[in-house]
Design a protein around this ligand. Structure first.
Ligand SMILES: Nc1ncnc2c1ncn2[C@@H]1O[C@H](COP(=O)(O)OP(=O)(O)O)[C@@H](O)[C@H]1O
Ligand SMILES: [Mg+2]
Length: 214
C-alpha cells in the first residue's frame, strides 16, 4: 500500500503552496481516481509521489516504510499526459528495450500481451500505432521497468470514446497487480469505473462523496 500523510509542496519557483497537506492511500485491487480542475495541482502531486519533484514535507510510505525520493523513482512508473510525445525508440522493440539491452523476445511478447498489444510487430514505428495503442506502449515501458506504482496523468486526454473505454478497461485490469493512481480534469468520463474517488481543489485533497455530473 502507498500512503501519503500531510504532504505539502511549495516549490521555490512558485510563489504559492501547490499541495496543502495531502493525505491518501492507494492499494492494489482498486485504482484511485483524483479529479481536479486545471491548475489544482494534479500533475505536481504525481511528480512528488514519483520523486520527480522534491522538497515536499510530510511522509510518503510504501508497505509501511518511508521512502526517499530516489527510492520512489524506482517504485513508481509515471505515464505523462500525451506519453506518445516522449517516445524515443524508432520501433516498438527499441522503445521497450531502452533501459533493457538484453530484453528477450519472450519477455517482450509477454509485456505486449499484458497491455493488449499482442500481434504488433516489434519493427513497427511507434508513430504508426493508433492513439490507444501508443498509450498501451507507454504503459508497457513502465511495466517492464518493474514499476509497482503506476501514475497516470490524464490518460484519456485526446482519445476518442471507443478507444477510451478500452484504455479504461486495461487500467482496471492492471490495477489487480499494480497500485494505480489516475488524475484527470474530466472525471465524468470515468463514471462507470470501479475506483476510489477523490477531488483535488487548489492543492487540498478531499474524498468525493457524490458522483460527478454525467
Ligand atoms: N515548475 C513550476 N513552475 C511554476 N509553477 C508551477 C510549477 N509546477 C506547478 N506550478 C503551479 O502549480 C499549480 C499546480 O499545477 P499543476 O500541478 O500542473 O496542476 P494541474 O496538473 O492540476 O493542472 C499551478 O498553479 C501551476 O502554475
Ligand atoms: Mg496537469
Amino acid at each position: 500500500m502507498l500512503e501519503l500523510s500531510a504532504v505539502t509542496y511549495a516549490p521555490a519557483t512558485v510563489g504559492s503552496t501547490v499541495l496543502k497537506g495531502v493525505s491518501l492511500h492507494a492499494a492494489k485491487g482498486q485504482p484511485l481516481l483524483i479529479a481536479g480542475a486545471s491548475g489544482s495541482g494534479k500533475t505536481s502531486l504525481l511528480e512528488v509521489i514519483s520523486g520527480l519533484a522534491g522538497s515536499q514535507t510530510g511522509s510518503i510510505q510504501w508497505q509501511g516504510k518511508t521512502l526517499n525520493r530516489r527510492q520512489r523513482r524506482w517504485l513508481c512508473g509515471m505515464v505523462f499526459q500525451f506519453p506518445e510525445r516522449h517516445f524515443l525508440g524508432l520501433t516498438v522493440s527499441q522503445e521497450l528495450r531502452l533501459g533493457h539491452r538484453r530484453l528477450g523476445q519472450e519477455k517482450e511478447q509477454e509485456v505486449l500481451m499484458r497491455v493488449g498489444l499482442q500481434g504488433i510487430a516489434g519493427s513497427t514505428a511507434p508513430e504508426r500505432l493508433s492513439g490507444g495503442q501508443q498509450r498501451r506502449l507507454a504503459l508497457a515501458v513502465q511495466l517492464l521497468r518493474g514499476a509497482e506504482v503506476l501514475l497516470l496523468d490524464e490518460p484519456t486526454a485526446g482519445l476518442d470514446w471507443s478507444v477510451r473505454e478500452d484504455v479504461l478497461q486495461l487500467l482496471s485490469n492492471l490495477a489487480t497487480d499494480q497500485v494505480l493512481i489516475v488524475v484527470t480534469h474530466e472525471p465524468e468520463l470515468f463514471s462507470g469505473w470501479d475506483c476510489q474517488r477523490m477531488r483535488l481543489r487548489d492543492g487540498v485533497l478531499e474524498p468525493m462523496t457524490t458522483l460527478p455530473r454525467a
